[in-house]
Design a protein around this ligand. Sequence first.
Ligand SMILES: Nc1ncnc2c1ncn2[C@@H]1O[C@H](COP(=O)(O)OP(=O)(O)O)[C@@H](O)[C@H]1O
Ligand SMILES: O=C(CO)[C@@H](O)[C@H](O)COP(=O)(O)O
Length: 499
Amino acid sequence: MKYVIGVDLGTSAVKILLVDQLGSVVQEVSKSYSLIQEKTGYSEQAPQDWVDQTVAGLSDLVQSFNGNVVDIEGISFSGQMHGLVLLDEHQEPLRHAILWNDTRTTEQCKQIYEAVGEERLLDITKNPALEGFTLPKILWVKQNEPHIYEKAASFVLPKDYVRLKLTGALHMEYSDAAGTLMLDVANKAWSSEVCEQLDIDVDLCPPLVASHAEVGTLTPEMAKATGLSVDTKVFAGGADNACGAIGSGILEEGKSLCSIGTSGVVLSYEENNDKDFGGKVHYFNHGEESAYYTMGVTLSAGYSLTWFKEVFAKEESFDELVADVHTVSPGSDGLLFTPYLVGERTPHADANIRASFIGMDSSHERKHFVRAVLEGITFSLHESIEIFRESGKTIDSIISIGGGAKNEDWLQMQADIFNAEVVKLTSEQGPGMGAAMLAAYGCGWFESLQDCSKAFVKQAKTYQPNPDRVERYQALFDVYKQVYAQTQAMNEQLVPFRK
Ligand SMILES: Nc1ncnc2c1ncn2[C@@H]1O[C@H](COP(=O)(O)OP(=O)(O)O)[C@@H](O)[C@H]1O
Ligand SMILES: O=C(CO)[C@@H](O)[C@H](O)COP(=O)(O)O
Protein backbone atom coordinates (compact mmCIF):
# COMPACT_ATOMS: atom_id res chain seq x y z
CA MET A 1 0.00 0.00 0.00
CA LYS A 2 1.22 3.51 -0.86
CA TYR A 3 0.47 6.64 1.15
CA VAL A 4 0.44 10.43 0.87
CA ILE A 5 0.51 13.13 3.55
CA GLY A 6 -1.72 16.20 3.65
CA VAL A 7 -0.52 19.00 5.93
CA ASP A 8 -3.10 21.66 6.85
CA LEU A 9 -1.41 24.69 8.38
CA GLY A 10 -4.47 26.17 10.11
CA THR A 11 -4.65 29.21 12.37
CA SER A 12 -5.13 27.25 15.59
CA ALA A 13 -2.97 24.23 14.74
CA VAL A 14 -1.23 22.23 12.04
CA LYS A 15 -3.23 19.09 11.27
CA ILE A 16 -1.46 16.28 9.43
CA LEU A 17 -3.20 13.36 7.72
CA LEU A 18 -1.65 10.14 6.44
CA VAL A 19 -3.93 8.85 3.69
CA ASP A 20 -3.70 5.51 1.86
CA GLN A 21 -4.46 4.76 -1.80
CA LEU A 22 -8.07 3.94 -0.92
CA GLY A 23 -8.54 7.43 0.52
CA SER A 24 -8.72 6.25 4.14
CA VAL A 25 -7.14 8.41 6.83
CA VAL A 26 -4.83 5.95 8.58
CA GLN A 27 -3.16 8.41 10.95
CA GLU A 28 -3.87 11.92 12.15
CA VAL A 29 -1.70 14.31 14.18
CA SER A 30 -2.44 17.84 15.39
CA LYS A 31 0.00 20.34 16.95
CA SER A 32 -1.18 23.73 18.07
CA TYR A 33 0.45 27.17 18.24
CA SER A 34 -0.80 30.49 19.51
CA LEU A 35 -1.77 33.88 18.16
CA ILE A 36 0.21 36.99 19.07
CA GLN A 37 -2.28 39.85 19.59
CA GLU A 38 -0.38 42.94 20.78
CA LYS A 39 -3.23 45.40 20.27
CA THR A 40 -6.78 45.48 19.03
CA GLY A 41 -6.85 44.55 15.35
CA TYR A 42 -3.39 42.94 15.41
CA SER A 43 -2.94 39.21 14.80
CA GLU A 44 0.45 37.63 14.19
CA GLN A 45 2.23 34.28 14.42
CA ALA A 46 5.87 33.25 14.46
CA PRO A 47 6.74 31.39 11.21
CA GLN A 48 9.28 29.29 13.11
CA ASP A 49 6.42 27.91 15.30
CA TRP A 50 4.71 26.62 12.13
CA VAL A 51 7.90 24.87 10.99
CA ASP A 52 8.69 23.43 14.43
CA GLN A 53 5.17 22.09 14.94
CA THR A 54 4.94 20.68 11.40
CA VAL A 55 8.28 18.89 11.78
CA ALA A 56 7.27 17.61 15.24
CA GLY A 57 3.91 16.42 13.88
CA LEU A 58 5.49 14.65 10.90
CA SER A 59 8.03 13.02 13.17
CA ASP A 60 5.25 11.75 15.54
CA LEU A 61 3.34 10.45 12.55
CA VAL A 62 6.34 8.59 11.12
CA GLN A 63 7.25 7.13 14.52
CA SER A 64 3.85 5.54 14.96
CA PHE A 65 3.61 4.41 11.31
CA ASN A 66 3.75 0.61 11.03
CA GLY A 67 4.57 0.43 7.30
CA ASN A 68 7.69 1.14 5.26
CA VAL A 69 8.43 4.88 5.20
CA VAL A 70 9.44 4.79 1.49
CA ASP A 71 5.82 3.90 0.72
CA ILE A 72 4.89 7.45 1.77
CA GLU A 73 5.23 8.74 -1.78
CA GLY A 74 4.21 12.36 -1.58
CA ILE A 75 3.31 15.28 0.65
CA SER A 76 1.40 18.46 0.00
CA PHE A 77 0.10 21.46 1.90
CA SER A 78 -3.00 23.47 2.70
CA GLY A 79 -2.59 26.75 4.54
CA GLN A 80 -4.35 29.65 6.21
CA MET A 81 -4.54 32.30 3.49
CA HIS A 82 -3.25 35.87 3.05
CA GLY A 83 -0.67 35.95 5.91
CA LEU A 84 2.41 38.00 5.04
CA VAL A 85 5.78 36.31 5.61
CA LEU A 86 8.41 38.82 4.53
CA LEU A 87 11.78 37.21 3.75
CA ASP A 88 15.31 38.58 3.56
CA GLU A 89 17.90 37.62 0.93
CA HIS A 90 18.66 34.41 2.87
CA GLN A 91 14.98 33.49 2.85
CA GLU A 92 14.67 34.10 6.58
CA PRO A 93 11.62 35.91 8.03
CA LEU A 94 12.20 39.60 8.77
CA ARG A 95 9.37 39.82 11.33
CA HIS A 96 6.39 37.83 12.61
CA ALA A 97 3.81 36.92 10.00
CA ILE A 98 0.83 39.32 9.82
CA LEU A 99 -2.25 37.11 9.52
CA TRP A 100 -5.52 37.06 7.57
CA ASN A 101 -7.51 38.18 10.62
CA ASP A 102 -5.29 41.21 11.31
CA THR A 103 -7.22 44.37 10.45
CA ARG A 104 -4.66 47.15 11.06
CA THR A 105 -4.55 48.12 7.37
CA THR A 106 -7.73 50.17 6.75
CA GLU A 107 -5.61 53.17 5.69
CA GLN A 108 -3.59 51.06 3.23
CA CYS A 109 -6.81 49.72 1.68
CA LYS A 110 -7.86 53.33 0.96
CA GLN A 111 -4.46 54.00 -0.62
CA ILE A 112 -4.87 50.94 -2.87
CA TYR A 113 -8.21 52.27 -4.15
CA GLU A 114 -6.71 55.72 -4.71
CA ALA A 115 -3.69 54.37 -6.61
CA VAL A 116 -5.27 51.59 -8.68
CA GLY A 117 -8.93 52.65 -8.79
CA GLU A 118 -11.75 50.55 -7.33
CA GLU A 119 -13.03 49.26 -10.66
CA ARG A 120 -9.62 48.52 -12.12
CA LEU A 121 -8.64 46.61 -8.97
CA LEU A 122 -11.78 44.51 -9.28
CA ASP A 123 -11.06 43.93 -13.00
CA ILE A 124 -7.55 42.64 -12.33
CA THR A 125 -7.78 40.89 -8.97
CA LYS A 126 -11.56 40.12 -8.93
CA ASN A 127 -11.62 41.31 -5.32
CA PRO A 128 -11.94 44.53 -3.33
CA ALA A 129 -9.21 45.88 -1.02
CA LEU A 130 -9.82 44.20 2.33
CA GLU A 131 -7.66 44.54 5.44
CA GLY A 132 -7.06 40.78 5.61
CA PHE A 133 -5.45 40.46 2.17
CA THR A 134 -1.65 40.49 1.73
CA LEU A 135 -1.02 43.61 -0.35
CA PRO A 136 -2.24 46.08 2.33
CA LYS A 137 0.01 44.29 4.83
CA ILE A 138 3.06 44.77 2.56
CA LEU A 139 2.20 48.47 2.31
CA TRP A 140 1.78 48.69 6.09
CA VAL A 141 5.29 47.29 6.67
CA LYS A 142 6.70 49.58 3.97
CA GLN A 143 5.20 52.64 5.67
CA ASN A 144 5.54 51.71 9.33
CA GLU A 145 8.69 49.58 9.42
CA PRO A 146 10.81 50.92 6.52
CA HIS A 147 14.00 49.50 8.09
CA ILE A 148 12.46 46.02 7.73
CA TYR A 149 10.94 46.60 4.30
CA GLU A 150 14.24 47.70 2.79
CA LYS A 151 15.73 44.29 3.63
CA ALA A 152 12.86 42.38 1.97
CA ALA A 153 13.91 40.16 -0.94
CA SER A 154 10.64 38.23 -1.32
CA PHE A 155 7.42 37.35 0.44
CA VAL A 156 5.48 34.12 0.84
CA LEU A 157 2.26 32.90 2.43
CA PRO A 158 2.20 30.65 5.53
CA LYS A 159 2.20 27.17 3.96
CA ASP A 160 4.73 28.34 1.30
CA TYR A 161 7.10 29.21 4.11
CA VAL A 162 6.82 25.76 5.68
CA ARG A 163 7.30 24.12 2.26
CA LEU A 164 10.31 26.39 1.61
CA LYS A 165 11.93 25.23 4.85
CA LEU A 166 11.21 21.56 4.06
CA THR A 167 12.54 21.68 0.49
CA GLY A 168 14.72 24.78 0.12
CA ALA A 169 12.60 25.80 -2.91
CA LEU A 170 10.71 29.12 -3.04
CA HIS A 171 7.29 29.06 -4.74
CA MET A 172 3.73 30.27 -4.45
CA GLU A 173 0.77 28.60 -6.16
CA TYR A 174 -2.22 30.27 -7.82
CA SER A 175 -4.97 29.55 -5.28
CA ASP A 176 -3.07 31.29 -2.47
CA ALA A 177 -1.55 33.97 -4.73
CA ALA A 178 -5.14 34.97 -5.59
CA GLY A 179 -5.58 36.10 -1.97
CA THR A 180 -2.67 38.55 -2.12
CA LEU A 181 -4.57 41.15 -4.23
CA MET A 182 -1.52 41.27 -6.51
CA LEU A 183 -2.49 38.45 -8.88
CA ASP A 184 -4.19 38.97 -12.20
CA VAL A 185 -6.66 36.22 -11.35
CA ALA A 186 -7.98 35.52 -14.87
CA ASN A 187 -4.52 35.51 -16.49
CA LYS A 188 -2.75 33.74 -13.60
CA ALA A 189 0.21 36.14 -13.51
CA TRP A 190 1.49 38.72 -11.04
CA SER A 191 0.00 42.12 -11.85
CA SER A 192 2.87 44.47 -12.64
CA GLU A 193 0.21 47.21 -12.94
CA VAL A 194 -0.96 46.85 -9.33
CA CYS A 195 2.63 46.60 -8.09
CA GLU A 196 3.78 49.64 -10.09
CA GLN A 197 0.85 51.82 -8.96
CA LEU A 198 1.81 51.11 -5.35
CA ASP A 199 5.56 51.30 -5.87
CA ILE A 200 6.16 47.70 -4.89
CA ASP A 201 8.92 45.80 -6.70
CA VAL A 202 7.20 42.95 -8.56
CA ASP A 203 10.39 40.92 -8.04
CA LEU A 204 9.31 40.47 -4.42
CA CYS A 205 6.69 38.06 -5.76
CA PRO A 206 7.84 34.42 -5.87
CA PRO A 207 7.58 32.10 -8.91
CA LEU A 208 4.06 30.78 -9.49
CA VAL A 209 3.16 27.11 -9.93
CA ALA A 210 0.00 24.96 -10.07
CA SER A 211 -1.32 23.39 -6.87
CA HIS A 212 -0.49 19.85 -7.99
CA ALA A 213 2.99 20.82 -9.31
CA GLU A 214 5.92 18.83 -7.98
CA VAL A 215 8.31 21.38 -6.53
CA GLY A 216 11.09 19.17 -5.17
CA THR A 217 11.92 16.69 -2.44
CA LEU A 218 12.76 17.04 1.24
CA THR A 219 16.20 18.37 2.15
CA PRO A 220 18.41 15.73 3.83
CA GLU A 221 18.17 17.69 7.13
CA MET A 222 14.38 17.75 7.01
CA ALA A 223 14.20 14.08 5.99
CA LYS A 224 16.28 13.29 9.07
CA ALA A 225 14.24 15.52 11.38
CA THR A 226 10.89 14.10 10.24
CA GLY A 227 11.91 10.50 9.59
CA LEU A 228 10.51 10.71 6.04
CA SER A 229 12.47 9.50 3.01
CA VAL A 230 14.57 12.09 1.12
CA ASP A 231 12.75 10.88 -1.98
CA THR A 232 9.32 11.96 -0.70
CA LYS A 233 7.87 14.06 -3.52
CA VAL A 234 6.68 17.50 -2.47
CA PHE A 235 3.70 19.12 -4.24
CA ALA A 236 2.84 22.82 -3.99
CA GLY A 237 -0.61 22.56 -2.35
CA GLY A 238 -3.26 25.23 -2.01
CA ALA A 239 -5.04 27.86 0.03
CA ASP A 240 -6.92 26.16 2.88
CA ASN A 241 -10.29 27.02 1.38
CA ALA A 242 -9.28 25.76 -2.07
CA CYS A 243 -7.98 22.56 -0.44
CA GLY A 244 -11.13 22.33 1.70
CA ALA A 245 -13.10 22.46 -1.54
CA ILE A 246 -10.97 19.72 -3.15
CA GLY A 247 -11.16 17.58 -0.01
CA SER A 248 -14.95 17.89 0.00
CA GLY A 249 -15.39 17.16 -3.70
CA ILE A 250 -16.41 20.75 -4.58
CA LEU A 251 -15.17 20.20 -8.12
CA GLU A 252 -18.22 21.02 -10.22
CA GLU A 253 -20.71 23.85 -10.60
CA GLY A 254 -23.62 23.72 -8.14
CA LYS A 255 -21.62 22.37 -5.20
CA SER A 256 -21.24 24.37 -1.95
CA LEU A 257 -19.24 24.10 1.21
CA CYS A 258 -19.42 25.48 4.74
CA SER A 259 -16.19 25.43 6.71
CA ILE A 260 -16.01 26.37 10.39
CA GLY A 261 -12.36 26.63 11.44
CA THR A 262 -10.95 29.71 13.15
CA SER A 263 -12.70 31.61 10.36
CA GLY A 264 -15.96 30.56 8.78
CA VAL A 265 -16.44 30.19 5.07
CA VAL A 266 -19.29 29.55 2.67
CA LEU A 267 -17.84 28.63 -0.69
CA SER A 268 -19.23 27.81 -4.11
CA TYR A 269 -17.50 26.32 -7.18
CA GLU A 270 -17.23 28.53 -10.29
CA GLU A 271 -16.29 27.18 -13.70
CA ASN A 272 -15.53 30.63 -15.10
CA ASN A 273 -13.81 33.83 -14.07
CA ASP A 274 -16.32 36.22 -15.60
CA LYS A 275 -19.17 36.29 -13.06
CA ASP A 276 -19.85 39.63 -11.42
CA PHE A 277 -20.48 39.65 -7.68
CA GLY A 278 -19.32 43.28 -7.45
CA GLY A 279 -16.75 42.35 -4.79
CA LYS A 280 -19.48 41.27 -2.33
CA VAL A 281 -17.86 37.83 -2.05
CA HIS A 282 -14.24 36.78 -2.64
CA TYR A 283 -13.46 35.33 -6.10
CA PHE A 284 -10.31 33.21 -6.22
CA ASN A 285 -8.48 30.60 -8.33
CA HIS A 286 -9.32 27.04 -7.27
CA GLY A 287 -6.66 24.39 -6.58
CA GLU A 288 -8.07 22.57 -9.59
CA GLU A 289 -6.49 23.98 -12.72
CA SER A 290 -8.55 26.55 -14.63
CA ALA A 291 -11.38 26.57 -12.06
CA TYR A 292 -12.47 29.22 -9.56
CA TYR A 293 -14.55 29.60 -6.42
CA THR A 294 -16.45 32.37 -4.69
CA MET A 295 -16.76 32.64 -0.95
CA GLY A 296 -18.03 34.73 1.94
CA VAL A 297 -15.92 34.87 5.10
CA THR A 298 -16.82 35.28 8.78
CA LEU A 299 -13.64 36.38 10.52
CA SER A 300 -14.38 34.91 13.96
CA ALA A 301 -16.36 31.70 13.46
CA GLY A 302 -14.72 28.88 15.44
CA TYR A 303 -12.63 31.62 17.01
CA SER A 304 -15.75 32.99 18.75
CA LEU A 305 -16.27 29.63 20.46
CA THR A 306 -12.56 29.39 21.28
CA TRP A 307 -12.67 32.89 22.76
CA PHE A 308 -15.71 32.01 24.87
CA LYS A 309 -14.03 28.81 26.08
CA GLU A 310 -10.74 30.59 26.90
CA VAL A 311 -12.48 33.35 28.86
CA PHE A 312 -15.26 31.41 30.61
CA ALA A 313 -14.38 27.70 30.53
CA LYS A 314 -10.62 27.40 30.14
CA GLU A 315 -10.36 23.98 31.78
CA GLU A 316 -13.09 22.36 29.69
CA SER A 317 -12.83 20.63 26.33
CA PHE A 318 -14.96 21.80 23.40
CA ASP A 319 -17.06 18.65 23.79
CA GLU A 320 -17.77 19.48 27.45
CA LEU A 321 -18.52 23.12 26.65
CA VAL A 322 -21.14 22.32 24.00
CA ALA A 323 -22.51 19.15 25.67
CA ASP A 324 -25.83 20.62 26.83
CA VAL A 325 -26.68 23.09 24.04
CA HIS A 326 -29.39 20.69 22.83
CA THR A 327 -31.30 21.34 26.08
CA VAL A 328 -31.70 25.04 25.12
CA SER A 329 -34.42 25.85 22.59
CA PRO A 330 -33.54 27.32 19.16
CA GLY A 331 -33.03 31.06 19.63
CA SER A 332 -31.42 30.55 23.07
CA ASP A 333 -34.55 31.91 24.81
CA GLY A 334 -34.07 35.37 23.30
CA LEU A 335 -30.28 35.69 23.44
CA LEU A 336 -28.48 36.76 20.23
CA PHE A 337 -24.74 36.89 19.54
CA THR A 338 -22.94 38.57 16.64
CA PRO A 339 -19.43 37.13 16.10
CA TYR A 340 -17.57 40.35 15.30
CA LEU A 341 -14.75 39.82 17.83
CA VAL A 342 -12.01 41.03 15.44
CA GLY A 343 -14.16 42.98 12.95
CA GLU A 344 -15.90 41.39 9.96
CA ARG A 345 -15.56 40.68 6.23
CA THR A 346 -18.81 39.33 4.71
CA PRO A 347 -21.26 40.99 4.36
CA HIS A 348 -19.92 43.91 6.44
CA ALA A 349 -16.31 44.70 5.52
CA ASP A 350 -15.67 46.61 8.74
CA ALA A 351 -12.50 46.53 10.85
CA ASN A 352 -14.07 48.48 13.72
CA ILE A 353 -17.26 46.54 14.40
CA ARG A 354 -17.14 44.32 17.49
CA ALA A 355 -19.30 41.51 18.85
CA SER A 356 -22.51 41.78 20.92
CA PHE A 357 -24.72 39.67 23.10
CA ILE A 358 -28.23 41.12 22.76
CA GLY A 359 -31.17 40.23 25.02
CA MET A 360 -29.43 38.91 28.15
CA ASP A 361 -32.05 37.83 30.66
CA SER A 362 -31.76 36.83 34.30
CA SER A 363 -33.04 33.36 33.35
CA HIS A 364 -30.09 32.72 31.04
CA GLU A 365 -27.47 30.20 32.10
CA ARG A 366 -24.04 29.57 30.61
CA LYS A 367 -25.45 27.00 28.19
CA HIS A 368 -27.67 29.75 26.67
CA PHE A 369 -24.56 31.80 25.95
CA VAL A 370 -22.84 28.80 24.34
CA ARG A 371 -25.86 28.07 22.15
CA ALA A 372 -26.17 31.77 21.25
CA VAL A 373 -22.50 31.79 20.17
CA LEU A 374 -23.05 28.76 17.90
CA GLU A 375 -26.23 30.33 16.49
CA GLY A 376 -24.59 33.74 15.94
CA ILE A 377 -21.69 32.17 14.03
CA THR A 378 -24.16 30.21 11.90
CA PHE A 379 -26.35 33.27 11.26
CA SER A 380 -23.26 35.10 10.07
CA LEU A 381 -22.48 32.29 7.60
CA HIS A 382 -26.12 32.37 6.52
CA GLU A 383 -25.61 35.99 5.42
CA SER A 384 -23.10 34.66 2.85
CA ILE A 385 -25.55 31.96 1.76
CA GLU A 386 -28.18 34.67 1.30
CA ILE A 387 -25.82 36.59 -1.03
CA PHE A 388 -25.26 33.44 -3.11
CA ARG A 389 -28.99 32.67 -3.25
CA GLU A 390 -29.81 36.27 -4.21
CA SER A 391 -27.28 35.96 -7.07
CA GLY A 392 -29.34 33.06 -8.44
CA LYS A 393 -27.47 30.07 -7.01
CA THR A 394 -29.44 27.10 -5.73
CA ILE A 395 -28.04 25.97 -2.41
CA ASP A 396 -30.05 23.02 -1.15
CA SER A 397 -27.19 20.80 0.02
CA ILE A 398 -24.00 21.93 1.75
CA ILE A 399 -20.96 19.93 2.80
CA SER A 400 -19.80 20.98 6.25
CA ILE A 401 -16.15 20.68 7.32
CA GLY A 402 -13.68 22.12 9.84
CA GLY A 403 -13.52 21.83 13.64
CA GLY A 404 -17.15 23.04 13.88
CA ALA A 405 -18.31 19.94 12.01
CA LYS A 406 -17.24 17.77 14.96
CA ASN A 407 -20.47 18.55 16.82
CA GLU A 408 -23.78 16.94 15.81
CA ASP A 409 -25.97 19.66 17.37
CA TRP A 410 -24.09 22.32 15.43
CA LEU A 411 -24.48 20.36 12.18
CA GLN A 412 -28.27 20.12 12.74
CA MET A 413 -28.32 23.84 13.59
CA GLN A 414 -26.58 24.55 10.27
CA ALA A 415 -29.29 22.56 8.42
CA ASP A 416 -32.05 24.48 10.27
CA ILE A 417 -30.52 27.95 9.80
CA PHE A 418 -29.36 27.41 6.19
CA ASN A 419 -32.63 25.62 5.33
CA ALA A 420 -30.58 23.10 3.40
CA GLU A 421 -29.38 19.53 3.76
CA VAL A 422 -26.03 19.48 5.56
CA VAL A 423 -23.58 16.70 4.73
CA LYS A 424 -20.88 15.50 7.11
CA LEU A 425 -17.92 13.62 5.59
CA THR A 426 -15.97 10.73 7.15
CA SER A 427 -13.18 13.22 7.95
CA GLU A 428 -13.97 16.82 8.93
CA GLN A 429 -10.39 17.67 7.91
CA GLY A 430 -11.33 18.89 4.42
CA PRO A 431 -8.21 21.05 3.83
CA GLY A 432 -5.82 18.28 4.96
CA MET A 433 -7.67 15.78 2.77
CA GLY A 434 -7.53 18.24 -0.17
CA ALA A 435 -3.77 18.57 0.31
CA ALA A 436 -3.41 14.77 0.40
CA MET A 437 -5.50 14.57 -2.80
CA LEU A 438 -3.20 17.06 -4.54
CA ALA A 439 -0.27 14.81 -3.61
CA ALA A 440 -2.15 11.69 -4.77
CA TYR A 441 -3.02 13.33 -8.09
CA GLY A 442 0.51 14.75 -8.41
CA CYS A 443 1.96 11.25 -7.81
CA GLY A 444 -0.09 10.04 -10.78
CA TRP A 445 -2.47 7.81 -8.78
CA PHE A 446 -5.43 9.35 -10.63
CA GLU A 447 -6.08 10.91 -14.04
CA SER A 448 -7.80 13.94 -12.50
CA LEU A 449 -8.76 15.46 -9.16
CA GLN A 450 -12.37 14.48 -9.91
CA ASP A 451 -11.35 10.82 -10.20
CA CYS A 452 -9.43 11.14 -6.95
CA SER A 453 -12.44 12.74 -5.31
CA LYS A 454 -14.69 9.83 -6.38
CA ALA A 455 -12.36 7.47 -4.52
CA PHE A 456 -11.41 9.64 -1.52
CA VAL A 457 -14.42 11.80 -0.55
CA LYS A 458 -16.88 9.78 1.53
CA GLN A 459 -20.13 10.96 3.11
CA ALA A 460 -20.76 9.92 6.71
CA LYS A 461 -24.17 11.41 7.55
CA THR A 462 -26.72 13.98 6.38
CA TYR A 463 -28.80 16.41 8.46
CA GLN A 464 -32.19 17.54 7.11
CA PRO A 465 -33.73 20.92 7.98
CA ASN A 466 -36.69 20.72 10.38
CA PRO A 467 -39.53 22.96 9.04
CA ASP A 468 -40.57 24.32 12.48
CA ARG A 469 -37.02 25.24 13.41
CA VAL A 470 -36.39 26.70 9.94
CA GLU A 471 -39.35 29.04 10.42
CA ARG A 472 -38.25 30.04 13.94
CA TYR A 473 -34.69 30.71 12.76
CA GLN A 474 -35.90 32.77 9.79
CA ALA A 475 -37.67 35.14 12.23
CA LEU A 476 -34.59 35.31 14.47
CA PHE A 477 -32.29 35.88 11.46
CA ASP A 478 -34.29 39.01 10.61
CA VAL A 479 -33.52 40.35 14.10
CA TYR A 480 -29.87 39.20 13.91
CA LYS A 481 -29.33 41.18 10.70
CA GLN A 482 -30.38 44.40 12.44
CA VAL A 483 -27.67 44.16 15.10
CA TYR A 484 -24.85 45.28 12.77
CA ALA A 485 -26.56 48.54 11.78
CA GLN A 486 -27.74 49.19 15.35
CA THR A 487 -24.27 48.77 16.88
CA GLN A 488 -22.02 50.13 14.13
CA ALA A 489 -21.92 53.79 15.22
CA MET A 490 -21.50 52.84 18.89
CA ASN A 491 -18.51 50.69 18.00
CA GLU A 492 -16.89 53.58 16.12
CA GLN A 493 -17.19 55.65 19.32
CA LEU A 494 -15.55 52.87 21.31
CA VAL A 495 -12.46 52.66 19.08
CA PRO A 496 -10.37 55.14 21.15
CA PHE A 497 -11.05 53.11 24.29
CA ARG A 498 -9.70 49.83 22.90
CA LYS A 499 -6.33 48.33 23.79
N1 LIG B 1 -15.61 19.28 19.59
C1 LIG B 1 -15.89 20.44 19.01
N2 LIG B 1 -17.16 20.88 18.90
C2 LIG B 1 -17.46 22.05 18.29
N3 LIG B 1 -16.52 22.87 17.77
C3 LIG B 1 -15.25 22.49 17.85
C4 LIG B 1 -14.86 21.27 18.46
N4 LIG B 1 -13.50 21.19 18.39
C5 LIG B 1 -13.08 22.31 17.76
N5 LIG B 1 -14.13 23.09 17.44
C6 LIG B 1 -14.09 24.39 16.74
O1 LIG B 1 -13.20 24.23 15.66
C7 LIG B 1 -12.30 25.35 15.60
C8 LIG B 1 -10.98 24.89 15.04
O2 LIG B 1 -11.22 24.31 13.78
P1 LIG B 1 -10.04 24.01 12.76
O3 LIG B 1 -10.71 23.58 11.50
O4 LIG B 1 -9.07 23.07 13.37
O5 LIG B 1 -9.40 25.47 12.64
P2 LIG B 1 -8.11 26.06 11.92
O6 LIG B 1 -7.98 25.34 10.60
O7 LIG B 1 -8.41 27.50 11.78
O8 LIG B 1 -6.91 25.83 12.80
C9 LIG B 1 -12.21 25.88 17.02
O9 LIG B 1 -12.02 27.28 16.98
C10 LIG B 1 -13.56 25.49 17.62
O10 LIG B 1 -14.45 26.55 17.56
O1 LIG C 1 -8.92 34.59 5.38
C1 LIG C 1 -9.46 33.54 5.12
C2 LIG C 1 -10.08 33.31 3.79
O2 LIG C 1 -10.09 34.46 2.99
C3 LIG C 1 -9.47 32.43 6.14
O3 LIG C 1 -10.40 31.44 5.80
C4 LIG C 1 -8.08 31.88 6.33
O4 LIG C 1 -7.71 31.13 5.19
C5 LIG C 1 -7.93 31.11 7.63
O5 LIG C 1 -8.53 29.88 7.65
P1 LIG C 1 -8.79 28.94 8.94
O6 LIG C 1 -7.58 28.94 9.78
O7 LIG C 1 -10.00 29.44 9.61
O8 LIG C 1 -9.03 27.59 8.29
